[in-house]
Design a protein around this ligand. Structure first.
Ligand code: NI
Length: 171
């Protein structure tokens, strides 16, 4: 298994909407394995394909990425949010592609997601817990949206400034 390089903001690749996976072949299975490996190595609760420079719609996630006992890999291909309900404040949300910032994000409290599993079977997932937020965050990625798009313009602009400064110093 390989650790994949995680695409970081402000790389424009993160901004493109992904396309559906049409054929769940060996390459896709390998990609899923490597995505899972990379997610666990980074102690993340979710990873979307676009974050590892693949423009197909795949999400891996796990509610307990750092707990060897409770860990259980979840995979959803071509996921769509079919319905959402309620409101919750996702506290100190973060993203492996958006380093050095955590911020509160308003999210739906519950979601119904449809997609297919690794065998191509249709799946329906209903969550009203931490994973409801993870699914929203990851499905946002597949649509080219980052969590910083959902925070106040003031906070976002401060972050952009900080990143620009860092990139300039690196040159
Ligand atoms: Ni993310």
């Amino acid at each position: 298994m390989d650790t994949l390089e995680i695409v970081k903001y402000p790389d424009k690749f993160l901004r493109q909407p992904t396309k559906p996976v049409e054929n769940i072949n060996g390459d896709i299975q390998d990609l899923i394995e490597n995505m899972a490996f990379t997610m666990y190595e980074s102690s993340g609760a979710g990873l979307a394909s676009i974050q590892v420079r693949c423009d197909k719609s795949i999400v891996v996630y796990d509610a307990f990425p750092t707990d060897q006992e409770k860990r259980s890999l979840q995979v959803i291909i071509n996921p769509k949010i079919i319905a959402s309900e309620g409101k919750v404040l996702s506290e100190k949300e973060g993203c492996l592609s958006v380093p050095d910032i955590r911020a509160d994000v308003k999210r739906a409290a519950a979601v119904l997601v449809e997609g297919v599993d690794r065998e191509g079977n249709p799946v329906r997932i209903e969550r009203d817990d931490f994973l409801a937020v993870v699914l929203q965050h990851e499905i946002d990625h597949l649509n080219g949206t980052l969590f910083i798009d959902r925070i106040s313009a003031l906070k976002r602009n401060l972050y952009k400034k900080r990143i620009r400064k860092q990139l300039k110093q690196k040159k």
